[in-house]
Design a binder for this molecule. Structure first.
Ligand SMILES: Cc1cc2nc3c(=O)[nH]c(=O)nc-3n(C[C@H](O)[C@H](O)[C@H](O)COP(=O)(O)OP(=O)(O)OC[C@H]3O[C@@H](n4cnc5c(N)ncnc54)[C@H](O)[C@@H]3O)c2cc1C
Length: 605
C-alpha cells in the first residue's frame, strides 16, 4: 500500500531560505510570515492529510463515484474527511479574512494544496476548484454573490465547479452550444449540456455553485460561433434568494451521468444538463453593478489561470507521492550482488539505472516545487504590492510562466509516476502496491485546463508577444542576476550550464520572432512543444541555481541541516549536468520548423 509524507521541510526551505518571504513585509499580509507561523500551519495540514486523507486515496480509487436516484455518492469516508478538512480550516488558508478565511498569501494555500493532492488527488480536487471559483467570484460577482455566496464557498459548505466543456468541444469553445436567454428581471435562463464537469455533483456540500460558459444571441437574435457572444454565468444547484442568501428548491440542473474513467476516480466527473436553469451573469462587480460580457470573460480567464497553476501543482503532488514510494521500495528491494565476487545481496537502489530514475524524479519535484512557489509569490506580489512597477513586472512574469507550470509540470509528473512503476517492476504494474494509481491519476493533468500542446502554442505565441516580451526580458534579467550571484561565490558549475541553456532559449525565442511574418504558418506551431520544454528546463535550472547558492551559503555559515543542504547541491548539479544540455537537441529539432511534419496527407498519418 502506498504511503505519503508531506514535504514540509522542503517548503520551509523554499519559503524562508530561497524566497525569504519573512523579509517581504512591504507586501500586505507578509509581515507575520515567519517560520514560527508557517511551520505549524504546514505541519498541521501535513498531519491531517497524512492521517485522514491519504488512507482514503486507495478507497476512492477502488470505489469511485456512483449515481443513485439522480444524485452522486462519493466513496466511503470522503464526505466526512472533506468536512473535517474544512472544519480545521485547511481549505481556506488563503481565502480573504473578510469572508471567514485565514487571509494568508496565496503561496501558503498553494503549498497546502500540493500536500492535499499528494495525500489524495481525487478528494482535493473538490476544494481546489472551489478555490478557483472563489477567486473568480471575488472579482466578477455581483454584491449579493459577494455577500451570500463567497462566505459559503470559503467555509466549504458550498463547493464550486467550472463548466466549460461540451460533448463536441473542449478546446475550441467557440463551438459551444449552451445558450443563455435574458429574462425581464435581468437574470438569464441557461439550456444545454456540459460534460466532464469535475465535482459536478456529490454529497460533500449543501449546494454547488456552477460557473458556466454559455452564449447569448447576437443582435439578430441568432446564436453564432462568434467568441464575443460567449458569457460567463453563475448557476446554483439550488435556488438562492439574492436578498437573504437562503437556499430553496432545486434549479434546472440535472446530473445525467458520472463518467467511468482512467484515474481520479474519487472525483465525480459529471454530465450536467441545464434546462432553463436560472443564471446570473458574472462581471457585475468590476463595472459597478451592471454586468458586462468582457468583465465576465476576464473573470473566466482569471479562473483558468488559477486552474492552470493549480493543475501544475497538483501534478507535482502526485509526482512527489510516486517518488517517495519508489525511493522507499528501491532501498528495500533486493536483487543481485553489489560487486563482482561478492555474495552479499543488495538493494536495487544501488543500480545506476534505478538511480537515474530516482534522481530525475527528485530533482524535478524539488525544482518544480521551488518554481511553483516562486510563481505563486509573483502572483501575490502582482495582487498586493504597493509599487505599480513591481506589480506589472510580477504579473508579466507570472503570465509567461503559467503555461510552463501547467504543461512542463504535468508532463514531468507523468514521467515521474511512470518511472515509479518501472522501479517497482512487476510489483508496480499490479494494483496491490498502489503506484499504478499514481500513473492513472496524473495522466489527466496533461489534458485538462488546456491540453499541453495548446499551452505550448499559447506560450510561444501570445505569451511572448506584446507584454509577454517584457515578461521574457524580466526572466532573462533574473537568470543573469542569479548566475552572477553564483559566480561571485565561485559556483560556476551551476551558473555556466544555466547561462548556456539561457542562450539556447534566447536563440529559440529569436527564431520564433523571425518567423513572425507567418510565411510558413506551421513552423512556430510545430516548434512550440520543444520550445516549451526548453523553457521548462531553463526555469527549473534557474530555481536550482538559486537553491544551490542558498544551500552553499548556509553550509559556509554552518546553518541548517548539512545533509539536507548537501543533497540540494547534488540535485542541482544533476539538473545542470544532465537536464539542461537536452535543450540543445530540443533547439535543433524546434528550428527545423514544420519540415517533414506536414508532408504526409491526413489519411496517411
Ligand atoms: C477527468 C476530467 C475532468 C475534467 N474536468 C473538467 C471541468 O471541471 N470543467 C470543464 O469544463 N472541463 C473539464 N474537463 C474537460 C477537459 O478540460 C477537456 O477534455 C480538455 O479541455 C480537452 O478537450 P476535448 O476533450 O474536447 O479535446 P479536443 O478539444 O477534442 O482535443 C483533443 C486533442 O487534440 C489536440 N488539440 C486540440 N486542439 C488543439 C490546438 N488548438 N492546438 C494543438 N492541439 C490541439 C490536443 O492534443 C487535445 O488533447 C475534464 C476532463 C476530464 C477527462
Amino acid at each position: 500500500m502506498a504511503t505519503y509524507k508531506a514535504p514540509v521541510e522542503d517548503y520551509l526551505f523554499v519559503l524562508h531560505d530561497v524566497l525569504r518571504i519573512q523579509e517581504l513585509d512591504r507586501l500586505p499580509g507578509f509581515s507575520d510570515l515567519t517560520p514560527e507561523l508557517t511551520r505549524p500551519v504546514l505541519e498541521g495540514v501535513a498531519r491531517f492529510c497524512e492521517d485522514v486523507w491519504q488512507p482514503l486515496n486507495r478507497i476512492g480509487d477502488e470505489e469511485g463515484c456512483r449515481l443513485e436516484n439522480g444524485a452522486v455518492r462519493t466513496p466511503t469516508g470522503f464526505a466526512e474527511a472533506y468536512r473535517l478538512y474544512c472544519e480545521a480550516g485547511w481549505n481556506k488558508l488563503s481565502a480573504p479574512e473578510e469572508f471567514g478565511g485565514a487571509g494568508l498569501p496565496g503561496l501558503i494555500g498553494i503549498a497546502a494544496g500540493e500536500i492535499s493532492v499528494g495525500s489524495n488527488a481525487a478528494l482535493s480536487l473538490y476544494s481546489g476548484l472551489t478555490n478557483a471559483a472563489l477567486a473568480t467570484l471575488h472579482v466578477t460577482g455581483s454584491p449579493w454573490m459577494i455577500e451570500h455566496v463567497m462566505p459559503k464557498l470559503v467555509d466549504g459548505v458550498w463547493t464550486g465547479t467550472m463548466c466549460l466543456t461540451e460533448p463536441h468541444c473542449g478546446t475550441d469553445l467557440r463551438l459551444m452550444k449552451t445558450k443563455a436567454a435574458e429574462q425581464p428581471d435581468g437574470s438569464f435562463k441557461i439550456t444545454g449540456t456540459k460534460i466532464f464537469i469535475s465535482g459536478g455533483d456529490h454529497d460533500l456540500s449543501d449546494n454547488i455553485i456552477h460557473l458556466v460558459l454559455a452564449k447569448l444571441p447576437n443582435a439578430e437574435g441568432k446564436y453564432t460561433d462568434d467568441l464575443s457572444t460567449v458569457n460567463f454565468f453563475l448557476v446554483s444547484k439550488s435556488h438562492i434568494d439574492p436578498e437573504t442568501g437562503r437556499l430553496s428548491h432545486r434549479n434546472g440542473v440535472a446530473v445525467a451521468g458520472v463518467e467511468k474513467k482512467m484515474g481520479l476516480k474519487g472525483n465525480a466527473t459529471c454530465v450536467l444538463n441545464f434546462d432553463e436553469a436560472v443564471a446570473y451573469r458574472l462581471g457585475g462587480n468590476q463595472s459597478g453593478g451592471k454586468s458586462s460580457s468582457a468583465a465576465g470573460m476576464s473573470g473566466m480567464f482569471l479562473m483558468m489561470n488559477r486552474a492552470r497553476l493549480g493543475t501544475g501543482i497538483a501534478a507535482l503532488g502526485v509526482s512527489e507521492a510516486a517518488y517517495q514510494n519508489s525511493a522507499d521500495y528501491a532501498r528495500e528491494r533486493i536483487a543481485g550482488k553489489s560487486e563482482k565476487g561478492s555474495t552479499k545481496p543488495h538493494a536495487i537502489v544501488s543500480y545506476p539505472d534505478v538511480r537515474r530514475m530516482l534522481i530525475k524524479q527528485r530533482s524535478f519535484n524539488e525544482g518544480a516545487r521551488a518554481l511553483g512557489t516562486w510563481v505563486s509569490l509573483l502572483i501575490d506580489t502582482q495582487r498586493c504590492s504597493p509599487d505599480t512597477e513591481e506589480r506589472k513586472r510580477c504579473g508579466e512574469l507570472a503570465q509567461l510562466l503559467t503555461p510552463i507550470i501547467k504543461a512542463y509540470f504535468s508532463d514531468g509528473a507523468f514521467n515521474g509516476t511512470n518511472a515509479a512503476v518501472q522501479i517497482y517492476g512487476g510489483h508496480g504494474y499490479i494494483r496491490d502496491n498502489g503506484v499504478e494509481q499514481f500513473v492513472r491519476d496524473s495522466r489527466i493533468y496533461q489534458i485538462y485546463e488546456g491540453a499541453n500542446g495548446v499551452q505550448a502554442f499559447d506560450l510561444v505565441t501570445r505569451k511572448l508577444a506584446g507584454e509577454g516580451a517584457n515578461g521574457f526580458a524580466s526572466l532573462l534579467a533574473e537568470i543573469r542576476n542569479v548566475a552572477a550571484e553564483c559566480d561571485r561565490d565561485g559556483l560556476r558549475e551551476y551558473s555556466e550550464p544555466l547561462l548556456a541553456a539561457r542562450d539556447v532559449l534566447t536563440r529559440a525565442v529569436d527564431w520564433v520572432g523571425a518567423k513572425a511574418d507567418h510565411k510558413s504558418p506551421y513552423d512556430v506551431a510545430a516548434a512550440s512543444y520543444d520550445i516549451m520544454n526548453i523553457f521548462g528546463a531553463v526555469v527549473i535550472g534557474l530555481m536550482w541555481a538559486r537553491m544551490a547558492h542558498v544551500a552553499n551559503s548556509k553550509l559556509k555559515l554552518s546553518e541548517g541541516d548539512p545533509e539536507f543542504l548537501n543533497r540540494k547541491l547534488v540535485l542541482a548539479r544533476y539538473w545542470m549536468q544532465r537536464e539542461l544540455p537536452m535543450t540543445h537537441g530540443l533547439f535543433e529539432r524546434a528550428t527545423l520548423g514544420a519540415d517533414g511534419m506536414m508532408d504526409l496527407a491526413d489519411v496517411a498519418l
